[in-house]
Design a binder for this molecule. Structure first.
Ligand code: AMP
Ligand code: TRP
Length: 331
């Protein structure tokens, strides 16, 4: 079976865009692939962060992923810093990656732009990401478009490594979710929904209580006119709400449009809100169960770390051997 690996940072809450665009696909992929998913807490340290919150956020994100349907029996779900092989391989790959190629990373340019002080970790972020991927003999890496360049770098590093030391690492490939799945900001429907949105009302978080979801939908920006019609150019606000309704009810856009066409904006929004509340209810309920059973969550994450470590250690052994490091226990 082909192996997929992906990572997600424990920063901020999970919004509906993350869920529909990325996490739902991970859940589906665990049936078809040998799937490994990682909460990348070490990546979250590359920019200033709140020390008191990191561990909690890491756990919460792991619980959210389980609540969304990642099943530790069907995939490997673990926390990056629990498997030290990630940092060890990062060092070795640091000696293969070049300063020139890291300087070209647009995410580094964006995140470091205008900052007084930039950590070496932020510069090295893509090498840690390459280590995440290459440690598991990964075939496919499902990511958003913004991570394309980083996966490309992981490929380049793997190819260079193999060239220098002999065939050792599997060269991975990035895969991208269909672009049609972009969820827009409710207050600014021409921009995508994101954590860094200007208005907190523009972003739907998957754990928002029903009354908050309903309120955010009710205050969503609509368009002039009164017609409920899917037309992203002329009616971006209404179209976004129709997309959300279709996603929440599992119907196609045309069917959603037909179902809602006769309603006024007020009624339309109420139906979209109701559909979303129902759609997210099971996730909220599972999350509450997990939150009530912290030792079970720890047990699942430990199981994930052990499974991940078994795979990672074998790959790292291979790497140590071919790179000429002295074995601690010579055969
Ligand atoms: P981020 O945490 O913003 O980097 O997003 C993580 C992943 O979630 C992205 O790589 C996308 O696959 C997905 N995602 C984020 N925002 C949206 C959105 N508005 N619509 C659809 N997918 C999204
Ligand atoms: N950098 C990715 C992001 O911000 C997260 C990530 C870390 C990742 N390691 C990874 C994604 C390995 C895929 C594979 O979205």
């Amino acid at each position: 079976m082909r192996r997929v690996f992906s990572g997600i940072q424990p920063s901020g809450e999970m919004h509906l865009g993350n869920y529909l665009g990325a996490v739902r696909r991970w859940v589906a992929d665990q049936e078809r692939y040998d799937a490994i998913y990682c909460v990348v807490d070490l990546h979250a340290m590359t920019v200033p962060y709140d020390v008191a919150e990191l561990a909690g956020r890491t756990r919460e994100l792991a619980m959210l992923l389980m609540a969304a349907g990642l099943d530790p029996q069907r995939c490997v779900l673990f926390v990056q810093s629990h498997v030290p092989a990630h940092t060890e391989l990062t060092w070795i790959l640091n000696c293969v990656a070049t300063v020139g190629e890291l300087r070209r990373m647009t995410q580094f340019k964006e995140k470091s732009h205008g900052q007084e002080s930039v950590s070496a970790g932020l510069f090295d972020y893509p090498v840690l990401m390459a280590a995440d991927i290459l440690l598991y003999d990964t075939n496919e890496v499902p990511v958003g478009e913004d991570q394309r360049q980083h996966v490309e770098l992981a490929r380049d590093v793997a190819i260079r490594f193999n060239h220098r030391y002999g065939e050792t690492l599997v060269v991975p490939e990035a895969t991208f979710p269909p672009v049609a799945a972009r969820v827009k900001d409710l207050q600014d429907p021409r921009a995508k929904m994101s954590k860094s949105s200007e208005s907190p009302h523009g972003t739907l978080n998957v754990l928002d209580p029903p009354e908050v979801l309903t309120k955010k939908i009710r205050s969503a920006v609509t368009d002039s006119g009164t017609e409920v019609r899917h037309d992203p150019e002329e009616k971006p606000g209404i179209s976004n709400l129709l997309d959300l309704y279709a996603a929440a009810t599992g119907t196609g856009i045309e069917k959603a449009e037909a179902e809602l066409a006769g309603s006024g904006y007020g009624d339309f929004k109420r139906r979209v809100a109701d559909a979303l509340v129902e759609f997210l209810r099971p996730l909220r309920e599972r999350y509450a169960e997990l939150a009530g059973d912290p030792s079970e969550v720890s047990r699942q994450l430990e199981l994930g770390a052990v499974k991940a470590e078994t795979i990672a250690t074998a790959v790292l052994d291979r790497v140590r051997r071919v790179t000429g490091l002295l074995p601690r226990h010579p055969a």
